[in-house]
Design a protein around this ligand. Structure first.
Ligand SMILES: [Zn+2]
Ligand SMILES: [Zn+2]
Length: 162
């Protein structure tokens, strides 16, 4: 069973409250990444990533700072974080301007977050257990479309049929 479908807009921000954001439509996906970069960046066992459409995401308070580095695949990734408390809020990848990747733990309401996939399980901590029904990848998927479809099927109220 799913948790209840969250109400839109989704809101969130950093720990200290200097940065606040709003998301106006349902996220495109939710997955964990267990790669060593995500473990280092999060200081934890994995990152909980939630891509949302760029046009549906906006900062409503404060101005995040950006930090840029090349990803393992070579594309520039900019991490946006709070300059006061250092909390990472989202990432942006060059060449993928249609979505931003929110760190889902920064949402005000995290009770409904169930990942649909787990990436880079080859470097996951040995005690990490996949969510029920989630797809596990040794690295990443070549194609995100089947995952996006599985995600939409999980949240029929988030993606009403026209
Ligand atoms: Zn902050
Ligand atoms: Zn990663």
């Amino acid at each position: 069973m799913n948790a209840r479908t969250p109400l839109l807009p989704l809101t969130g921000g950093c720990c200290c409250g200097a940065i606040r954001y709003q998301i106006d439509s349902f996220p495109l996906l939710l997955y964990t990444c267990n790669c060593s970069d995500c473990q280092t960046a999060s200081g934890s066992a994995f990152a909980l990533n939630m891509p949302v459409a760029t046009t549906q995401f906006r900062i409503v308070k404060g101005e995040p700072k950006g930090w840029r580095r090349p990803s393992p695949s070579g594309a520039d990734v900019t991490s946006w974080f709070c300059g006061d408390c250092g909390g990472r809020i989202y990432g942006e990848r060059k060449g993928r301007s249609e979505s931003v990747n929110i760190r889902a733990g920064t949402l005000d309401d995290t009770a409904w977050l169930t990942p649909v996939a787990h990436m880079f399980m080859r470097s996951a901590q040995p005690w990490v257990q996949p969510a029920a029904g989630a797809v596990c990848y040794e690295t990443g998927p070549g194609d995100f479309r089947p995952l996006a479809a599985a995600w939409r099927a999980m949240w029929p109220e988030g993606f009403p049929q026209k």
